[in-house]
Design a protein around this ligand. Structure first.
Ligand code: GLY
Length: 395
C-alpha cells in the first residue's frame, strides 16, 4: 500500500468526553425524529422524499432516485426503536417498489444499488427474516456486479457502461455500496461478490485516497489495461480539494468494509482518513461542504458530518481499548451529535418535513444548497441509535 501521511489529531483536547450527551439526551433527540417521521408517514408511504428539500421541505417522488432507501431505513430504525407495527408496515409496503424497480431495471444504471437495497431489503431480511426481500436484494447485488470491471478491479459509479464520460469512473461514495456485495457473498456462499467488493476497496484505498489522506471525489481507471488515470471532482470545490461528504462516505465505508474483509492495512489507512476529517471540523464540529473551508461564510454540510459520526462510531468498535483513537473517535461522534441536535435540527423551523437543516447536495450544480438531505436525516438517526442501543448493522 502506498505511503499516506497521518496528520494525527491536531487538537485532541477538543475531543474530550462530553458528559452532557447522556442516554436521556439522545432518547429525546430520537423522540423528535419519531415525531417528524409520524408527521410524514402517510405522505411518504407510497412516495419517497426527494434527495434534497426545497425551502426545507422534501417534495414527494417515486422510487427513482439513488436515495429512496434512506427514508425506508429510517422506517426500519423507527420500528426497531419502538417495535410499533405501523413503521414496519410502511417499510414493507415500500418493498414492492424496490422489487418492481430492480425487476424492470428502472433507474438501475448506478452503483447506488448498494445504498438502495441495503437499507430497504437487506434491513427487512435481517430484522424480520423476509425471504422475498432477501431475493430482491440478491437480484440487486447481481445487477451491481454487472458494473464491475475485472481488469481495473473497480465498480463503475454512474451511467451506461459504454458512456465515454463515465467509463471506468469510480467514486469514493462507492465504499458504502460494497456491503451489499459482502452480504450477498455471505448469504450465497459465492466468492465472486466478496472478491469484487474487496478489490474495489483496495483500488479506492490506492487511488482515490491521496498521499495526504484526503480523497478525490471520483477517479478514472483504464478498464482495458487496469491502469490508473486521474482524479476529478463532481460535487466538491475543485479537483484538488476534498469534498466533505466524499471523505465521510469513504471513512464510513472503509470501517464497514472491515467487518467483512478484516484488512488491517485498510483499517490503519482509515485512521488517517478520519484524522484528516477531524482536523478540519470547525468550531461547532459541523463541517463545511468542502474540507478546504474551515471557517467563513460557506455553507455547512450537516449530512456529511452525520455520516462521519456513524463512521467514527463504527471505526471505534474495531479499535482496541489501548488505542487512544478509540476514545477520540467516540468523543468526536458525541460532539458532532450534540452540535447537530442543539443547532441543526428542524425544531427551529417547524414547517420543514426534514430532520436536519443546513446540508448541501451539490454546490457546483446549485442543487440542494443549505437544505435538508435525506441521507443526513438517516445517518443522524442511525448515530443516535448506535449511541443508545446495541445496534446490529443493516450494512
Ligand atoms: N452519493 C452522492 C452524494 O452523496 O451526493
Amino acid at each position: 500500500m502506498k505511503s499516506v501521511i497521518d496528520e494525527g489529531v491536531k487538537s485532541p483536547e477538543r475531543f474530550e468526553y462530553d458528559p452532557t450527551v447522556t442516554r436521556e439526551y439522545c432518547e429525546k433527540a430520537i423522540r423528535y425524529i419519531l415525531k417528524k417521521i409520524d408527521e410524514n408517514l402517510e405522505f411518504f408511504t407510497y412516495k419517497f422524499p426527494a434527495p434534497a428539500s426545497v425551502n426545507n421541505v422534501y417534495p414527494a417522488i417515486d422510487n427513482t432516485d439513488w436515495t429512496s432507501s434512506f427514508w425506508t431505513g429510517m422506517l426500519w430504525l423507527a420500528f426497531e426503536v419502538t417495535r410499533e407495527a405501523r413503521y414496519r408496515k410502511a417499510a414493507e409496503i415500500q418493498l414492492e417498489s424496490y422489487k418492481e424497480r430492480i425487476e424492470s431495471r428502472r433507474e438501475t444504471n448506478t452503483h447506488d444499488l448498494g445504498f438502495l437495497y441495503t437499507l430497504s431489503c437487506v434491513a427487512a431480511y435481517k430484522l424480520t427474516g423476509n425471504e422475498e426481500a432477501k431475493t430482491i436484494a440478491l437480484k440487486a447485488a447481481d445487477t451491481l456486479m454487472e458494473r464491475y470491471f475485472e481488469k481495473a478491479g473497480i465498480i463503475q459509479a454512474w451511467g451506461d457502461l459504454n458512456d465515454p464520460e463515465q467509463r471506468g469512473r469510480m467514486i469514493i461514495d462507492c465504499c458504502m455500496n460494497l456491503p451489499l456485495l459482502y452480504w450477498a457473498a455471505d448469504i450465497t456462499g459465492e466468492r465472486k461478490y466478496y472478491d469484487a467488493a474487496y478489490s474495489h476497496a483496495i483500488q479506492a484505498a490506492a487511488y482515490i485516497i491521496r498521499e495526504d489522506a484526503s480523497s478525490f471525489h471520483t477517479y478514472y481507471m483504464d478498464i482495458e489495461t487496469g491502469a490508473p488515470r486521474y482524479g476529478k471532482t463532481h460535487q466538491g470545490f475543485s479537483d484538488q480539494s476534498c469534498w466533505t461528504r466524499g471523505q465521510a462516505w469513504g471513512l464510513y465505508g472503509f470501517a464497514l468494509g472491515y467487518v467483512y474483509n478484516r484488512d488491517g492495512e485498510i483499517l490503519a489507512l482509515n485512521k488517517k482518513v478520519i484524522n484528516y476529517f477531524i482536523n478540519r471540523l470547525p468550531k461547532d464540529y459541523v463541517a463545511y461542504w468542502d474540507l478546504i473551508f474551515t471557517e467563513g461564510n460557506e455553507e455547512k454540510d450537516s449530512s456529511g458530518t452525520a455520516i462521519a459520526a456513524c463512521g467514527m462510531l463504527e471505526m471505534a468498535k474495531h479499535l482496541p481499548l489501548t488505542d487512544p483513537y478509540k476514545r477520540i473517535y467516540e468523543n468526536a461522534a458525541l460532539k458532532i451529535v450534540k452540535s447537530l441536535t442543539d443547532n441543526y435540527t428542524s425544531q427551529s423551523y417547524p414547517a420543514s418535513n426534514g430532520v436536519l437543516l443546513h446540508a448541501v447536495y451539490g454546490k457546483p450544480q446549485g442543487a440542494g444548497v443549505d437544505e435538508c438531505n435525506i441521507w443526513g436525516d438517516y445517518c443522524y438517526f442511525e448515530a443516535l441509535v448506535r449511541l443508545t442501543r446495541d445496534w446490529k448493522l443493516y450494512w
